[in-house]
Ligand binder design. Structure first.
Ligand SMILES: Nc1ncnc2c1ncn2[C@@H]1O[C@H](COP(=O)(O)OP(=O)(O)OP(=O)(O)O)[C@@H](O)[C@H]1O
Ligand SMILES: [Mg+2]
Length: 269
């Protein structure tokens, strides 16, 4: 596909541990299986764990590229059996989790030429509402907010959407409900969040779909394999395949808006 057809998607949540990394990973897997080229960027700087979920030991990471020790192309890690590429980050480097805007923008301008090779770029972003989280969220052309039915997840994701709409003028959010007991519970959770966004923020999030609570997810994590490889027929894997198709449909529905956006939007400092 041409460079301008790359879609960058920030995968976000207010609350930690809701499933962002697993969802990013398995969406990349599912989209590869559907014939698309995907890149996963570990934007959880300082507490990266995409490499752990994939059982890989990269020679370099985004921090090496940031410090000029390696080129971004050398940091790129092709996951041959799964058919997508990863840009890994480092773990246990606290100062990198609060990167200065200047360094972040320098990294991004170097990243942009690389991204044009892909149909989808998933940015797996850390939890919370830090400046770094906000900046990464604002850079992507599209955003998926991952929630679970727990009330703490709903309040934290609302806080995140509020800050992103208020401070960064972001209005479009795709919502994915993870760890749902049923389709009905997922829809009800979405409606609670959407109702608050509608009432207080005057914006309308879009329901992307849900992934069921499934013990196979945790087993796949322990095996350090994407769920779609470990147990392709389990309920959560089937949901994730459906979500990849839903994302592709959402992309087509938003084509006019997305065509006016850069692969990455680098905000001024
Ligand atoms: N659909 C699911 N069913 C059952 N368990 C799940 C599901 N999704 C995620 N989990 C569990 O939640 C754990 C955390 O998932 P994951 O690491 O993807 O979350 P995260 O949002 O990326 O966390 P962090 O905020 O720390 O980056 C997984 O290791 C798994 O045990
Ligand atoms: Mg994560």
């Amino acid at each position: 596909m041409a460079a301008n057809s790359t879609l960058s998607v920030a995968v976000l949540s207010g609350k930690g541990g809701v499933g962002k990394t697993n969802i990013s990973l398995n969406l990349a897997c599912a989209l590869h299986q559907a014939g698309f080229k995907a890149l996963l960027v570990d934007c959880d700087l300082g507490l990266a764990n995409l490499d752990v979920l994939l059982g890989i030991t990269p020679q370099g990471n985004l921090q090496n590229a940031l410090l000029g020790e390696m080129s971004l192309r050398d940091v790129l890690y092709p996951i041959a059996p799964h058919g997508f590429d990863v840009l890994p980050a480092a773990s246990g480097v606290p100062e990198l989790s609060e990167m200065k805007a200047e360094s972040r923008n320098a990294l991004l301008s170097r990243l942009e030429p690389l991204l044009g090779d892909y149909d989808y770029v998933f940015m797996d972003i850390g939890a919370g509402i830090s400046e770094t989280v906000q900046a990464f969220a604002a850079m992507a052309a599209a955003r998926i907010v991952v929630i679970t039915p727990e009330p703490t997840s709903l309040t934290d994701s609302y806080a995140l959407i509020k800050i992103l709409s208020g401070r960064h003028n972001l209005r479009d959010f795709l919502v994915l409900v993870n760890q749902a007991a049923s389709a009905g519970e997922a829809k009800a959770s979405f409606e609670k969040l959407a109702g608050a966004c509608r009432h207080f923020l005057h914006l309308e999030p879009v329901f992307l779909g849900h992934v069921r609570q499934d013990k196979k997810v945790s087993e796949a994590v322990c095996r350090q394999e994407p769920l779609l490889r470990y147990s392709p027929g389990c309920p959560a894997a089937r949901d994730l395949q459906g979500l990849a198709a839903a994302l592709q449909r959402a992309r087509l529905a938003m084509a006019d808006v997305l065509s006016q956006r850069n692969i990455l939007h680098v905000a001024p400092d």
